[in-house]
Ligand binder design. Structure first.
Ligand SMILES: Cc1ncc(COP(=O)(O)O)c(C=O)c1O
Ligand SMILES: N[C@@H](CCCC[NH3+])C(=O)O
Length: 426
């Protein structure tokens, strides 16, 4: 199956028309191929193009040739994605013991895995320490003195990285800004002492900070400041530690609107290098969204078209906030395309809403769309990152199926069954 670069391939100003352009827009997916997938596997359906995942990995490695690039697994933990990013030489950054287990299940070894603990439950630490006992190359990143203490209690004396709250945040929404909040990382003012105290009992191999998610190229000032602070910290502890890396996090944004320019990754890489300055350690980055966002689309079927004199037309579909949470949670914009509409359908301004009994179950409002009719298949763009991953079973809606293109389509995750919803009940 074509991974779709048929129509709509004209690149917006300044965008590379190379084989591996910096963004793959929804308009570039082949409508007929997607409709066929919807017919074969039914909807709602996530489609992940592994070829595009690989291209994104390559672009990252080219922009950061001497850095350690780690994939932030939380964006998409599908096994096929893990396998693709590993083949491209990326490590895997995990936010929980569950993600660590999935990384190992996908064939990763300890040297590829960074576990970033965030207020880790005991069970997470127990499991990760157990993993480390079998494979001591695994690295654990701590964001609190308590976590250091709890690791010590468990006999862990391996590779430790200290996550710092850089005091500066960035991101597409306040809810995804991680720097400057109390929750993440050791406060910058305490970071040096936490690193130096940890030296006696652990192999302190790195320092880490992550400012937030969805950094745009328009303003890199927060990113620069975070990296500059991390460079200062690295230099402050350099004499007394043997740091292998300075991890400045992920957060590289992707354009969600069809006319939004792509992030100039080489420019971000240059700004990162410049802000870091000379350090006796390798730069590390850990992007999630950038790797998988534009490799995925969500397909949904129109089941209701409600026209009225009072309100704009409401288009009801079989995917909602339980399938793709981002619009309800962050007011996030996702491009939507009516795959079934021919030239004869005029664009009309619509609200697209899901089947969930919540007012916020709306994918978009006031959106011009080729007039939808019942049975049409809609494609939602940039659904590869934090899409399936944040799906839930609220309203007893089973989670959708997922197909990967490799390049031929194959079912990667079955559609959840109604029976699965009650499986845990006693
Ligand atoms: C510690 C850490 N690393 C990496 C990421 C990945 O962020 P993104 O998907 O925006 O690249 C996140 C998410 O914000 C994070 O919390
Ligand atoms: N879930 C967020 C990204 C947050 C990443 C986790 N720190 C989003 O969809 O934009």
């Amino acid at each position: 199956m074509s991974t779709g670069t048929g129509e709509g391939e004209t690149a917006p100003d300044g965008e590379s028309e190379s084989e591996n352009p910096p963004v793959r827009r929804l308009s570039a997916w082949d409508a007929a191929d997607l409709e066929e997938l919807a017919a074969t596997y039914e909807t709602p359906l996530y489609v992940m193009d592994l070829g595009r995942v690989r291209e994104n990995c390559r672009r990252l490695r080219e922009a950061f040739p001497d850095a350690d690039v780690r994939y932030a697994a939380k964006a998409h933990t599908g096994r096929a994605v893990f396998e693709a990013v590993r083949q491209e030489g990326l490590g895997i950054e995990c936010a929980s013991a569950g993600e660590v287990e999935r990384a190992f299940a996908a064939g990763a070894s300890g040297s590829e895995v960074q576990y970033t603990a965030v207020n880790p439950p005991d069970g997470d630490l127990d499991l990760v320490v157990q993993r480390w006992e079998d494979d001591p190359d695994l690295t654990v990143t701590v964001g609190a003195r308590d976590t250091v203490e709890r690791l010590r209690e468990r006999g862990f004396d391996g590779r430790l990285c200290v996550r710092v709250n850089p005091g500066v945040g960035a991101g597409h929404h306040a809810k995804v800004t991680t720097g400057g909040h109390a929750k993440f990382g050791v406060p910058y003012s305490e970071a040096e002492s936490v690193v130096l105290d940890a030296r006696d009992d652990f192999d302190v191999v790195g320092i880490h900070a992550h400012a937030g998610s969805g950094i745009s190229g328009d303003d890199l000032s927060a990113h620069r400041e975070v990296v500059r602070r991390m460079g200062d910290l690295a230099r402050a502890v350099e004499e007394e530690t043997d740091l292998e890396f300075v991890d400045v996090g992920g957060g590289f944004g992707v354009p969600y609107r069809e006319d939004e320019p792509a992030l100039d990754l080489p420019a971000v890489a240059e700004a990162t290098r410049e802000a870091l300055g000379d350090v006796d350690a390798q730069l590390a980055v850990e992007p999630g969204r950038y790797v998988v966002a534009d490799a995925g689309v969500l397909l949904a079927t129109v089941n209701t078209v409600k026209e009225s004199e009072e309100y704009e037309t409401v288009v009801g579909i079989d995917a909602g906030m339980t399938t793709l949470l981002r619009p309800a949670m962050y007011d996030a914009y996702h491009a939507i395309r009516n795959l079934s509409a021919g030239e004869d359908r005029n664009a009309t301004s619509v609200t697209v809403a899901g089947p969930i009994c919540e007012t916020s179950d709306v994918l978009c409002e006031h959106r011009p769309l080729a007039a939808p009719a019942r049975g049409d298949v809609l494609a939602v763009g940039n659904a590869g990152a934090y899409g399936y991953e944040m799906a839930s079973t609220y309203n007893s809606r089973p989670r959708p199926a997922e197909v990967v293109l490799d390049p031929e389509p194959r079912l990667a995750r079955r559609r959840e069954s109604l029976a699965a919803l009650t499986e845990l009940e006693q």
